[in-house]
Design a protein around this ligand. Structure first.
Ligand SMILES: [Zn+2]
Length: 129
């Protein structure tokens, strides 16, 4: 039997895996609300995407060092470039096939865009960045 990694109670039935910040915890059904439930996959699959992600970030760092990528105030740059391009937030969102709400969060620096989204934005706004 596995114990809940949050409250320590014995987990009856199937343990739930949740992500809290960067860590993943095996918890009981009561403690699930402390984090985001991770869809259960086989352990090997579980580890792999995280490694891939890490590699992507390393690559991004390299690009930033090479001066090819956008810097910290990415949101502001996107907003400015979008303005220069004469695109509304929803128009740019449509062009990159993402939700306007996501774009708004990126522009407000509420979230940092994934490499894929960043690439799509750069492709559209390149002449204006
Ligand atoms: Zn618990």
């Amino acid at each position: 039997m596995t114990d809940c990694e949050i409250c320590g109670a014995e987990i009856r039935g199937k343990a739930q895996i949740i992500s809290v910040g960067t860590s993943k915890l095996r918890v009981c059904s009561t403690c699930v609300r402390h984090g985001t439930v991770v869809v259960e996959t086989k352990k090997a699959k579980f580890v792999q995407p995280r490694n891939v992600k890490k590699r992507l970030y390393e690559q991004m760092d390299l690009e930033i060092e090479a001066g090819q990528a956008l810097e910290e105030d990415y949101g502001k740059q996107v907003r400015n470039a979008r303005g220069k391009a004469g695109l509304k937030q929803e128009e740019l969102a449509k062009k990159i096939n993402e939700k306007q709400s996501l774009l708004r969060k990126i522009e407000n620096d509420e979230i940092s865009p994934s490499e894929e989204i960043m690439r799509k934005i750069k492709r559209v706004l390149k002449p204006f960045l």
